[in-house]
Design a protein around this ligand. Structure first.
Ligand SMILES: Cc1ncc(COP(=O)(O)O)c(C=O)c1O
Length: 488
């Protein structure tokens, strides 16, 4: 099977027609070899059909793999997870032969699940370039072709015109911050939301609002924190009053440090912070205030990109006109900092040896094209339908086991989040219990994780690109079995 056009193949290798590289890209021998490999992967993945326990006799071998991983890392893995190298959609096989539902997907990276034939094909095409790494100084067309596809989507609802690529979300954010600082030099303060997360560099850990992420580190950023939209509080006091008070809060900072704020970092749906959602009026009011004070609006969509009922979070909230700088990562495979013409930095500010690998560019480009061409978005799109199915399952679980879902202060609904960012809050949202639940659910056949800084929630970033709506009861049967082991 080959779903790629000749021009797509040429982007993969980089040659124009008439060059040796171009002839390699459209070689029938390569096509045939790729078809053979993809068909072999497809027939093997078809053998994976349901959750199962480890294969008899592999226990010791698996324990030895875990010990090797722990030795090189200097600490054990959080989950006993070492993949075998194959899966089937939302199901993944581990090296002990067990099969689990993957509802976290490398923290949101594998939207098309495991061993997806089209993405295996894209990886193979991306792997035959003359070098593995593509750099800023020398590259084939692959990074530029990736950026074109991304920018074409971003350009539909925002003024974002250019992209600089990098190999981690954190680095994309570092670049975004530099772009904002340079534009507004000598301003050096940053506005950020309570509970935001932006990555693990010293600078991003300084801005990110997580105590645990910066134990023992010097704080290298001057940050002023704003409240994130608080649904429960806003309901109690009235959303308009909540917005007014927050605007006052922002004005106080601007008054205290006039001309010193370079940017406000917006994570429109908070990821690590707890899958917290906001409201258009709230973000709009803050962004308008930023505009009036000459403060850049920087939108971190590294966790949200592709997963919401619209491709970009700023589209979901209809805020594209305000965004100056934006970062994507995770699902895109390649991370990128996008900016408007006005924020295009001076030469020399952004660079680095690698921008990524051919495989990442090809797979990333296919991911964005599939999102663009599929039926994912919109009110009745696939993402909304999955979210509704997820909520139904949580509600049904809670009605069967009300004792597992005591009320939690500040949590309006046991099932929350938006689109493909799903969270639910059993066990009072207590950290130790939620962590124990993650492990028990893993044992019962579902890989998920937690989020929040208290209360804590179980979180899922499922592979909605390949998951079927009828999979949800099967996933929740395992979750129920796992929770039963830790619930009171
Ligand atoms: C919103 C957000 N920004 C930045 C990052 C950092 O990305 P990376 O882990 O690829 O450096 C993450 C990672 O979870 C994230 O969720």
């Amino acid at each position: 099977m080959s779903a790629m056009t000749d021009s797509a193949k040429q982007a993969a290798v980089g040659g124009c027609s008439g060059t040796v590289g171009g002839s390699l890209a459209s070689s029938g021998v390569i096509d045939g070899a790729i078809r053979t490999i993809v068909s072999e992967v497809s027939s093997r993945r078809a053998m994976i059909t349901d959750v199962r326990g480890p294969i008899d006799g592999l226990k010791e071998e698996y324990a030895a793999l875990m010990a090797r991983a722990a030795a090189v890392r200097g600490r054990g893995l959080l989950y006993p997870y070492i993949g075998s190298g194959i899966g089937h959609g939302a199901l993944v096989e581990l090296a002990d032969g067990s099969v689990k539902w993957d509802m976290i997907c490398g923290i949101g990276v594998h939207f098309f699940g495991h061993s997806d034939p089209l993405l295996v094909e894209a990886s193979l095409r991306g792997s035959i370039g003359d070098t593995l790494k593509q750099g800023n100084l020398q590259s084939s067309m692959e990074p530029h072709a990736f950026s074109e596809v991304l920018l074409a989507e971003a350009g539909k609802g925002s003024g974002l015109r250019h992209a600089y690529l990098s190999t981690s979300g954190c680095m994309a954010n570092e670049n975004a911050l530099k772009v904002c600082f340079q534009k507004h030099a000598p301003a050096r303060r940053v506005l950020a939301f309570k509970d935001c997360f932006m990555g693990r560099s010293l600078m991003m850990a300084s801005i990110g609002d997580s105590h645990e992420g910066r134990v023992g580190l010097p704080i290298v950023a001057d940050v002023d924190y704003m409240p994130f939209y608080d649904e429960v509080l806003a309901e109690r006091m009235g959303p308009a009053r909540f917005i007014d008070l927050s605007l006052m809060h922002l004005e106080q900072y601007v008054h205290r440090y006039p001309g010193q704020h370079a940017c406000f970092i917006f994570e429109l749906v908070q990821g690590e912070g707890g899958f917290n959602t906001g409201r258009r009026e709230y973000f709009k009011a803050l962004m308008e205030s930023c505009k009036s004070h000459g403060i850049a609006v920087w939108d971190d969509e590294i966790q949200t990109f592709g997963r919401l009922p619209r491709m970009f979070a700023y589209e979901h909230y209809n805020l594209g006109e305000y965004v100056d700088v934006l970062c994507v990562g995770k699902m895109t495979q390649v991370c990128a900092t996008l900016f408007t013409e006005a924020y295009n930095p001076r030469p020399g500010l952004l660079s680095g040896t690698f921008v990524g690998e051919g495989v990442s560019f090809e797979v990333g480009r296919r991911v964005i094209e599939r999102l663009r061409d599929g039926d994912y978005y919109g009110e009745n799109g696939r993402i909304e339908r999955h979210h509704a199915a997820f909520r139904r399952e949580v509600k049904s679980l809670a009605s069967r086991h009300p004792g597992w879902f005591p009320e939690v202060a500040g949590v309006a609904d046991v099932a929350a989040g938006v689109g493909g960012m799903m969270r639910f809050t059993p066990l009072g949202g207590k950290k130790e219990k939620i962590q124990a639940a993650c492990k028990a659910i893993f044992e019962a056949g579902v890989v998920l994780f937690y989020c929040g800084h208290g209360p804590y929630h179980l979180r899922m970033l499922p592979p909605l690109g390949v998951m079927k709506e009828e999979d949800w009861p099967r996933v929740f049967a395992c979750i129920e079995a796992g929770l039963a082991k830790v619930a009171p």
